[in-house]
Write a protein of this length. Structure first.
Length: 180
């Protein structure tokens, strides 16, 4: 097969023509920069005046706005429902009662002696085993039932009028995909 020789002179001429367009003449740029420098600078707007804060003192408001004495008498009578929920002050709080319920995670269950136990993880990663009758959370949450994917408990919360009421709550099995 014969070897073809290409004429490289055409490529060289094209490269020289492109390089000829690049010159070191910066007179147009220097003239524009000088024109911009000669412009009159725009005046700077003065800072806005800031009005000083004047504290307003409301007359005759020495009373505590959160006091029940300020509520109308008929509302007080309606709210003073006798609380049937009593707190056992003699019971020693369990370890998991020192954590808010939303900081505890149910990470699994274990069956031991035909009883289902829940595995609860505290902040920091330590896992604790609990069963029906144990307490957890800041509201004295007593575990009523443990299911494969949920721990059902009964909490004692403030009823808003000086007493307590029972409230059901639960902790669902932690799903690492949801990170919640």
């Amino acid at each position: 097969m014969p070897i073809k020789h290409y004429n490289n002179s055409g490529i060289i001429l094209l490269a020289l023509a492109l390089l000829a367009g690049c010159s070191n003449d910066l007179t147009d740029l220097e003239a524009y920069v000088e024109k911009v420098r000669m412009r009159e600078p725009a005046p700077i707007e003065p800072l806005p005046t800031i009005k000083p804060y004047v504290r307003f003192i409301y007359p005759s408001h020495e009373n505590d706005p959160f006091s029940m004495a300020n509520v109308a008498h008929e509302n007080i009578v309606e709210q003073q429902v006798v609380s049937s929920v009593k707190i056992d002050e003699n019971r020693t709080p369990e370890f998991l009662e020192s954590f808010p319920l939303d900081s505890l995670k149910m990470v699994g269950t274990v069956r031991q002696n035909n009883e289902l136990w829940a595995l609860i993880q505290i902040p920091g990663g330590t896992i604790h085993r609990v069963h029906r009758g144990n307490y957890l959370g800041l509201n004295r949450g007593k575990i009523l039932k443990i299911e494969e994917a949920r721990v059902n408990l009964l909490e004692i919360v403030d009823n808003g009028s000086g007493g307590f009421k029972e409230q059901e709550n639960s902790i669902a099995l932690f799903d690492p995909k949801n990170k919640g």
